[in-house]
Design a protein around this ligand. Structure first.
Ligand SMILES: [Zn+2]
Length: 462
């Protein structure tokens, strides 16, 4: 077991104040000790890969895919059965195009066939047991190879590098981490990083938070999209001087246009979003050139498909289906992520060889499901205008098949006029639903501390 696994186990089973202490110590160690010696060469590989040609990258991907399929057919009972059912042998899979003949793998499969998916020699890959949470559904355990964990970390480092983050930048982190802090002064310096406990971020603490960020000379914001936007709104409303942020990197929730606009307005800088999955079967980072997301083909194969698993052409929105190339202990082949996206019909101007997704939206429950079965994502609702100016946070909660409740966290300027304006703007967009509005002191969070714009209590099991 690696030091990282031991620390993670200890961390996860400790009370918050011990977790905070463990983080402080762990953050002060060099990368080589924290992540093992292999990490340096893996990071180098991933950074160099940006300079590869399209042909080099695709040929690397296809070789990895062929190797994985051959392995899964031999070592995973579940995938061997899938291949057999499709009437295919491993040698039939040459590249992503030939994947389409294989069955899809769903979250239900993770529950029902967990043991059969696991490779018979899973132990050889030094796997860590991880849990896929999400805002809804029962958590399910799966394995992740140590190599996949290190590559994911390297891909995230590459995303930061592409976004323009430098080694000497000072980072403030606003994510779901629980920290032992003074609730009135919810910040903590750990190494070079300033952590803000988002559970205590509010109009009452914003002066302190903004002051600490300025004092620490923070230049990079690492945040959930909802928290980056919330911070921006609080700073603007309180009229305090914003820290001089150069780059904002977001991940783990769907970033919508209104959140991006709020961050731009207050910090005057760009937001670079990152799409990753707990299952570590691929990731994508937003490129500055076209706004699209470059998918890391070193780690996975991406397909956009219809509900039957038939691949859709670039420009058409569909299900994001991923095959993880580095997970041997628990192979994910044609895994339906629950996210919605589209391949970009045109190559990105930056010249990087990776395939580009024009957008990714709608995490597992991040869309409203209309009574006719249509999915309304935040992007589709296009709610980016001044309607929300006097609201600190908002959330659309689908509470029943035909009912949506809008929760707003009002700012000091909020009046009954705002309430009318919001309903007048949103009701026509949600014509299939009865819409009501209620005020609260906070919006709902997932168990990982995220604040998604859309929450669906009403679930349909197919
Ligand atoms: Zn690009």
């Amino acid at each position: 077991m690696s030091i990282r696994s031991v620390v993670r186990k200890l961390h996860d089973s400790s009370p918050v104040f011990v977790q905070t202490a463990i983080r402080s110590i762990f953050a002060s160690l060099p990368d080589g000790i924290r992540f093992g010696r292999d990490y340096t060469s893996i990071k180098e590989d991933i950074f160099q890969s940006d300079k590869a040609s399209v042909e080099q990258l695709r040929s690397r991907r296809d070789e990895s895919l062929q190797r994985l399929i051959a392995f899964a057919c031999e070592r995973s009972e579940f995938h061997a059965a899938g291949m057999k059912k499709a009437g295919m042998s491993p040698s039939d899979v040459r590249g992503p195009d030939s994947l389409a003949a294989l069955p899809l793998m769903t979250r239900d499969d993770l529950h029902q066939h967990n043991a059969a998916i696991r490779a018979s020699n899973a132990h050889d890959f030094q796997p860590e047991a991880l849990t896929s949470g999400g805002s809804t559904g029962v958590p399910v355990e799966f394995l992740s190879d140590r190599k996949a964990l290190l590559y994911e970390k390297a891909c995230l480092a590459r995303h930061w590098m592409r976004a323009g983050v430098r080694d000497d930048d000072k980072v403030a982190t606003l994510r779901g981490l629980r920290l032992k802090v003074n609730p009135r002064k919810p910040t903590l310096r750990i190494g070079k990083e300033l952590f803000v406990s988002t559970y205590h971020l509010s109009p009452a603490t914003i002066e302190h938070v903004a002051h600490e960020m300025r004092k620490a000379k923070v230049t990079v914001l690492n945040a959930y999209p909802s928290m980056a936007a919330f911070l921006a709104k609080l700073i603007r409303d309180a009229g305090c001087e914003p820290p001089r942020i150069r780059v904002v990197v977001t991940s783990s929730e769907t970033l919508d246009d209104s959140q991006r606009a709020q961050v731009r307005e207050v910090f005057g800088c760009e937001v670079f979003d990152y799409y990753g999955l707990t299952e570590l079967v691929g990731n994508a980072g937003q490129c500055s050139e076209l706004g699209g997301y470059h998918f890391s083909e070193e780690m996975g194969v991406v397909e956009i498909t219809d509900d039957d698993g038939v691949p859709l052409p670039p420009g058409t929105e569909g299900n994001v289906v991923l095959t993880g190339l580095l997970n041997y202990s628990f192979p994910f082949i044609r895994y339906v992520t629950g996210d919605i996206g589209a391949l970009s019909p045109i190559p990105c101007r930056c010249g990087r060889p990776h395939v580009t997704l024009s957008h990714i939206a709608g995490r597992t429950a991040d869309y409203l499901l209309t009574p006719t079965g249509a999915r309304l994502t935040v992007a589709a609702l296009n709610m980016h205008d001044s309607t929300w100016d006097n609201v600190l946070q908002y959330q659309l909660v689908q509470v029943a098949e035909d009912r949506v409740e809008v929760t707003v966290v009002p700012s000091a300027r909020f009046t009954v006029e705002d309430e009318k304006r919001i309903l007048a703007m949103i009701a026509p967009k949600l014509s299939d639903f009865t819409v009501s509005l209620r005020s609260d002191v906070e919006v709902r969070r997932t168990n990982r501390g995220k604040c998604p714009v859309i929450v669906r209590d009403y679930l349909v099991t197919s």
